[in-house]
Design a binder for this molecule. Sequence first.
Ligand code: ASP
Length: 325
Amino acid sequence: MTATQQAEKRTDATGAPRHLLAIDDLGPEGIGEVMRLTDSFVEVSRRPIPKVPALRGKTVASLFFEDSTRTRLSFETAARRLSADVMTFSAGSSSLSKGESLRDTVLTVEAMGVDAMVVRHSAAGVPTQVAGWVRGASVVNAGDGWHEHPTQALLDCYTIGRRKGGLEGLRIAIVGDVRHSRVARSCVTAFAGLGAHVTLVSPPTLLPASLAGWPVEVSHDFDSVLPKLDVVYLLRLQKERMTEALLPSLREYTATYGLTRRRAELLAPGAIVMHPGPVNRGVEVAAEVVDMDVSAVTEQVANGVAVRMAVLYLLLGSGVDLASA
Ligand code: ASP
């Protein structure tokens, strides 16, 4: 399939997005639409029975070829709250170990009658490949290698919007292992697209080889940036993707780039601390800071379910009136 054919398959006949592979599939307007839908699903999540029939009769498959706790549970919860059926696939116990190819695995799952596939893989580009293979299903990228993690960025935009009233003009620092982080790539595009000023705070060895085209500033001095920030977004060191020694020692990393208790005291009033999880307490952030009021980590997780409901509804729910759902 040519790149143009592939791009055409990203929307359905009405021009609505068919897949969510990267934040650019939505653009600022699409992000705005997800944010508005999320408000409705947050309201649903607060009901005694947090469930609507919007996707009754649809089937969502979660295909995780890489470990996950929150993203997988969040997508599966979101699909169930929309009354979709959920099919769960685990790479470790599948016929991949018998030599079946990824393409055959995907087509086998689709042949069972699947409307959406939520795909995570350690290799960048796999969800896009899957979108090229499937005949009718929508594909959602749940994190691919160093590339993108669009629903993480969406739930982060929503969380910041709830706490700060919007992203326009905010000063946000993304701190830590930017180089190996798919979260950073999605968040930079989303945050900057919504008008925030983004600064990457990272040791030179943990920045991408080129930042050409990234709408960011760069700093290696966390202490000087910190007091001016509205949002401090910390990243985990992605040890599973580091093939060489990039840091002198963990202790030195924490001393220079960790959000220690002392640094948390330098935060401006109203500033918030975020992290996509899993958190390595005591490394990128002090254990007690995660539990302080400045931390939005638990809200990020809670909002993730409603944001993923919004994404699944946007991709699969055309024709279903949410007001009557
Ligand atoms: N959970 C996020 C991801 O899958 C962040 C992380 O693992 O550090 O990319």
